[in-house]
Design a protein around this ligand. Structure first.
Ligand code: UDP
Ligand code: MN
Length: 471
């Protein structure tokens, strides 16, 4: 009895001490905070409202940071529970280094491979796939030849993998209007891998605020792979069970090339803004808001996000530096230096005026239609981006790259739809030159080493495109 009483008294005592300590900590923290804030306020001569704003801003940034960290940790835990390959996990911590690279150079890569190396010259196996059995190597190589990227790996990576946030940290704190235009995302494809398309869709759903994302439109430019028919339709049905009406698909009944596929997507779209993307992309966090806010400000801006590179073999993300999209006299796209006027702004989040786009674009849907969309007479690949750019700058619009909008794009090793890309590139370049370049068109002919008269290249009917420049 006595022992029980003693224990009771002791417990109450301990509780009291604990509560007292808590009060003390709380009180001391308040006093210290007041002292620090008071001291800062005196030192910086802030008006109280300014100070409150700064402190509140810091706190909200801190909160956003913690929220982001929490989300990342949740995803990472989920992935490790799912038994997902460690590559994606490593990538989130370290963006660039690939552990095997140095080793591979020394020739250690093949030495340690317990299996016979079937394709020592294949680009696919230069820094990937050392643990694969012979049967697996064969399967991976076949898929690589068919698609131009590592489908074997894609099929094993999570569809909802996290990507490193490649934006400048100053983008994190940008505020956008609460009311923004709605968005249709268009993904065009021709014989892309199903899991690659699914990963693109998943990234768009995960990283676009649902209130802004009206629809995702898939445009199939007459693919021949069976899995892009019934299997893809089945996946679309599953997505739409979760988000009714979100996914739509339009299929070409003949191969029409990427410019026509992009136009088909725009024609099917119904939102205020269209983002027309390749099907082998993963959009990164916060990619849509800068686009929608900028187009809301000015409906005549055609926008390019900043691209990062998903390596075709390891699917690692390589961060690309900010640049503008230019082109050479072959009208082949290239990155160019940032304009001085932009550098002088000292604002890394500001839109950058750009001569051209790489291909992927976002625009006000109706404005894009008004200025003539893309030239559907471009065949297969290339030229349509430069044709649009010349037209936009001459028809009252502008082109900008938005530093805070980042899209990871898979750069293929080879293009399965064209053995010699120079054939459509050359033809389409002549089309651009004839439509827009007047006396400068000779430069394009010279760059391609084509005679000015009787070139022997049929670039098709350009009369309807010429009309845009004359109106
Ligand atoms: N594409 C298409 N029809 C074609 C060729 C390409 O729909 O005849 C699609 C392709 O699947 C991809 C997009 O157009 O989603 C851009 O092509 P690609 O990625 O090969 O061009 P790159 O990004 O390398 O310039
Ligand atoms: Mn592409």
């Amino acid at each position: 009895m006595l022992r029980r009483n003693v224990l009771g008294v002791l417990s109450i005592g301990l509780l009291l001490v604990f509560a007292l300590n808590l009060l003390l900590i709380f009180y001391t923290k308040r006093i210290v905070q007041e002292l620090i804030l008071g001291d800062r306020q005196n030192k910086l001569h802030f008006a109280p409202s300014e100070l409150n704003w700064t402190v509140m801003d810091r706190l909200s940034r801190l909160e956003a940071n913690l929220q982001h960290l929490k989300q990342t940790m949740k995803l990472a835990t989920k992935q490790s529970e799912d038994g997902i390959c460690t590559l994606a996990m490593v990538k989130d911590e370290k963006l660039y280094p690939f552990p095997d690279r140095a080793h591979a150079k020394e020739g250690g890569f093949f030495k340690e491979n317990p299996h016979k190396v079937l394709f020592p010259d294949s680009e696919l196996f230069k820094k990937w796939g050392r643990d694969l059995s012979e049967a697996q190597q064969k399967e991976a190589e076949d898929l690589f030849q068919k698609f131009g990227y590592n489908v074997y790996l894609s099929d094993r990576l999570p569809l909802d993998r996290t990507l490193p946030d490649t934006r400048d940290s100053r983008c994190h704190w940008k505020q956008y209007p609460s009311q923004l235009p709605s968005l249709s995302v268009i993904l065009i494809f021709m014989d892309e891998a199903l899991t690659v398309i699914q990963r693109a869709i998943t990234s768009i759903i995960q990283r676009t605020p649902p209130r802004l994302l009206k629809e995702i439109i898939l445009v199939d430019d007459f693919s021949s792979h069976g899995e892009l028919k019934a299997d893809l339709d089945e996946k679309i049905k599953l997505y739409n069970q979760k988000c009714p009406g979100l996914l739509k698909i339009v299929r070409h009944t003949e191969r029409r090339g990427l410019a026509a596929a992009r136009n088909t997507g725009r024609e099917a779209a119904t939102a205020d803004v269209v983002a027309i993307l390749d099907a082998h992309i993963e959009v990164n966090v916060g990619w849509a808001e800068p686009i929608l806010a900028r187009i809301q400000e000015d409906r005549t801006v055609i926008i390019s996000p900043v691209f990062d590179n998903i390596l075709f073999d390891t699917f690692e993300l390589i961060k690309y530096a900010l640049a503008v999209d230019g082109f050479n006299w072959e009208l082949w796209c290239r990155y160019d230096a940032l304009p001085k006027a932009w550098v002088d702004l000292h604002d890394v989040t500001a839109p950058v005026r750009s001569p051209s786009i790489m291909g992927i674009l976002a625009a006000n849907r109706l404005f894009l239609e008004e200025i003539g969309s893309l030239d559907g007479g471009m065949l297969t690949y290339g030229g349509e981006n430069v044709e649009l750019s010349l037209r936009v700058w001459q028809c009252g619009g502008k082109i900008e790259v938005l530093p805070c909008s980042r899209v990871a794009h898979l750069e293929r090793h080879h293009k399965p739809y064209s053995l010699d890309l120079r054939i459509p590139l050359k033809r389409n370049a002549l089309r651009v030159a004839e439509i827009w370049m007047d006396e400068y068109k000779d430069m394009v002919y010279m760059a391609w080493n084509i005679p000015l008269q009787n070139s022997g290249i049929d670039f098709g009917d350009i009369s309807s495109r010429m009309a845009f420049g004359r109106n």
